[in-house]
Design a protein around this ligand. Structure first.
Ligand code: MSP
Length: 637
């Protein structure tokens, strides 16, 4: 069987895992589990991206060493993956020795190919992307086109990679290998980007301490993306003494090498990475497969966006599998999807509790009643569900192979629907009373159990724990180890059936929705005492600002429009509800505490870029000041 290698992107350690990271990882897990069932030798890799300025700065903001931050965040990624049943074979951290060995080896090969040179690098740098932009690529006021945050001008001597040399070979690759970048629309996007002309890429940084020293180039540190992308090889032993895994999962022409990535990192994976590999004379990925974003309020869910979806609450309350199911069912793979608590409850109640849970408990309960606590004694090999199951399985497999999980799950639920229809038409609940343990009843119930068994088998890659439970619930004691189990006929006859009612207890929708507190809204009164973690606290950026100007906001006697210097290039405009207690003149020159990473809000036609903190004394605002004058922009922690 051909080896199958599947990777998640490695995650930055400047913040805790969120729905985006979780989604990519669950997708890879479902792929890995499916391919294992198919009998392929699978290697599934995930890990953390720990070098670079972004991490350096996040650590500095906390007053700790980058290593300490990386250790803590990498541990929380690992913990979450265990909690949600991720079956990765390896977890790589770019700060590991084995990784540095791989990076040195790829650099040595590219150097040997003559594809590096030293040149001057100038441009507008976005630390969040770790990327230089040209003036014309920037957004308004020289902001990053991706993040919308300010960029900084940089000019330094760097090592350059001759990316331009690979333009034609890349285009040839996309042309000859339709599966190189998927879905098709993303491949077209990449092709037109490359056709537009490739500039050589700077692959070292002069002022970066936190990274892998660039071999043979004194004072230069390897650019984080060259460093990070190489994880896919270094985790397999590339450039190390024992490279057996590398030879098996990367170098073998028969191996499938699949990188799963979100659309924001498409260019790095579909242009830079294959070009590095071409230069180093190494095999290319089979596929870079791209998914969309989880959005909330029409914006990408992200740490810096402050609109996180609290998956941990969902996992705590419902267990990992319903969350896995929901994410894979709700997002049409490749497109963006909106997260909503309401949709979660609806899918849970409609598809898991009603669809799967009820069908399972109905047939199992009737079988237990009629057949002495056991599965029915007779199998049935001639009935309409056989063809329905074969068709559902065909669609399921096709969809799983093209990562269309939503379609794969829909196909299984169609089979459930057919099974229900079959039962409704034959009314076994009446037959139990009328006929007792008859041959006819045995066949009908066995068919119901069998269709449910096939659905549960198909669910193994998606909901590993609950699918295993459901299988137990139809009398299957040993978990299937092959996709052959999707064929009609596997439910054992006359074996004891456990009572599994309540596998998917319905959620009381109104009570639940009233209870969930979206992360971006303040805690409710009764949660005032709830503890938060230090990481959560650090998600809020508090800074000292000096008020430069103040004026009343027209048509209200509560609001002042303040111009506040928070240590940035431009002062910010902030709207503060303090006019009843402070006059404009009184406040100019004062230092105040500012929430600096609050999403902008337009209040009475004025856009406020943050919030000024005040104590509230019976509703009267009392501003909070630092104990002595400090430079504007000083962090408050
Ligand atoms: N460290 C780089 C990847 C290096 S791979 C050699 C990185 N890390 S990341 O932590 O910012 O993002 C990792 C993945 O999470 C990306 O695939 C990204 O698309 C995905 N997501 C982050 N936010 C997302 C959503 N809101 N929705 C879906 N996925 C998104 O990039």
């Amino acid at each position: 069987m051909k080896p199958f290698y599947v990777t998640t992107p490695i995650y930055y350690v400047n913040g805790l895992p969120h729905i985006g990271h979780t989604y990519t990882t669950i997708v890879c897990d479902a792929v890995a589990r499916y391919r294992r069932l198919e009998g392929r030798p699978v290697r599934f890799l995930t890990g953390t991206d720990e070098h670079g300025q972004k991490i350096e700065r996040a650590a500095a903001a906390e007053g700790i060493a980058p290593r300490e931050l990386a250790d803590r965040i990498a541990a929380s990624f690992r913990e979450l993956w265990v909690r949600i049943g991720i079956s990765h074979d390896d977890f790589i951290r770019t700060t590991e020795k084995r990784h540095a060995a791989g990076v040195r080896e790829i650099i040595r090969r590219i150097e040997e190919a003559g594809d590096f040179y030293v040149g001057k690098h100038e441009g507008w740098y976005c630390v969040a992307c770790e990327t230089f932009y040209t003036e014309k690529e920037l957004g308004p006021e020289r902001t990053c086109p991706d993040h919308g945050t300010s960029t900084e001008w940089r000019s330094e001597e760097n090592v350059f990679f001759r990316l331009s040399k690979y333009q034609d070979r890349l285009l040839e690759w996309y042309r000859q290998h339709p599966e190189s970048v998927r879905p098709e629309t993303r491949r077209n996007e990449v092709v037109s980007f490359v056709e537009g002309g490739l500039r050589d890429l700077s692959v070292s940084r002069a002022d970066l301490a936190w990274g892998i020293p660039f071999p043979g180039r004194e004072g230069q540190t390897t650019y984080v993306w060259l460093d990070a992308l190489t994880n896919y090889l270094s985790a397999l032993g590339f450039g190390q003494e024992d490279d057996a895994l590398y030879r098996r999962f990367w170098d073998d022409p028969a191996a499938t090498r699949l990188h799963l990535v979100g659309k924001d990192i498409l260019r790095f994976h579909a242009v830079y990475w294959p070009a590095f590999l071409m230069s180093a004379g190494l095999p290319l990925p089979t596929s870079v497969w791209v998914h969309g974003w989880w959005l909330r309020d029409a914006r990408k869910v992200s740490k810096s966006g402050g609109n996180l979806v609290r998956l941990d609450h969902l996992i705590e309350r419902f267990g990992p599998d319903p969350v896995r199911y929901f994410l894979l069912r709700e997002m049409a793979f490749g497109q963006d999807a909106q997260y909503s608590d309401e949709a979660f409850v609806e899918r849970f109640n409609g598809e898991l509790a009603n669809g799967l849970g009820n069908t399972l408990s109905r047939v199992a309960t009737l079988s237990r009643q009629a057949f002495d606590g056991k599965t029915p004694p007779t199998v049935c090999d001639d009935n309409p569900l056989i063809a329905a199951a074969a068709e559902a399985v065909r669609q399921y497999r096709e969809a799983m192979e093209s990562l269309a999980f939503h379609n794969a799950l829909a196909a299984l639920w169609r089979l459930l629907g057919e099974a229900n229809q079959y039962l409704v038409e034959r009314e076994p609940w009446k037959l139990v009373k009328e006929e007792g343990a008859s041959e006819r009843l045995s066949r009908i119930l066995w068919n119901g159990l069998e269709a449910t068994r096939i659905v549960a088998t198909g669910l193994l890659p998606v909901m590993p724990q609950l699918a295993a439970e459901a299988l137990r619930g139809v009398g299957v004691a040993d978990l299937p180890t092959s996709l052959d189990a999707l064929a009609w006929g596997g439910t054992p006859t006359g074996v004891p059936l456990p009572d599994l009612r309540g596998l998917f207890p319905r959620i009381d929708k109104d009570a639940y929705l009233a209870d969930v507190t979206p992360a971006e809204t303040p805690a409710r009164e009764d949660e005032d005492d709830a503890m938060i973690s230090i990481e959560k606290f650090f998600e809020t950026q508090l800074k000292v600002g000096t008020v430069l100007a103040a004026e009343p906001v027209p048509k209200t006697d509560k609001l002042l429009k303040l111009t506040v210097d928070v240590g940035e290039e431009e002062p910010r405009t902030l709207v503060a509800g303090i006019a009843a207690a402070y006059g404009p003149d009184e406040i100019v020159g004062c230092q105040v505490a500012v929430v600096a990473n609050l999403e902008p809000a337009t209040i009475r036609g004025v856009t406020s870029q943050g919030m000024v903190l005040a104590a509230s004394v019976d509703g009267r605002p009392v501003l909070v000041h630092p104990g002595e004058e400090v430079p504007p922009g000083t962090q408050i922690r």
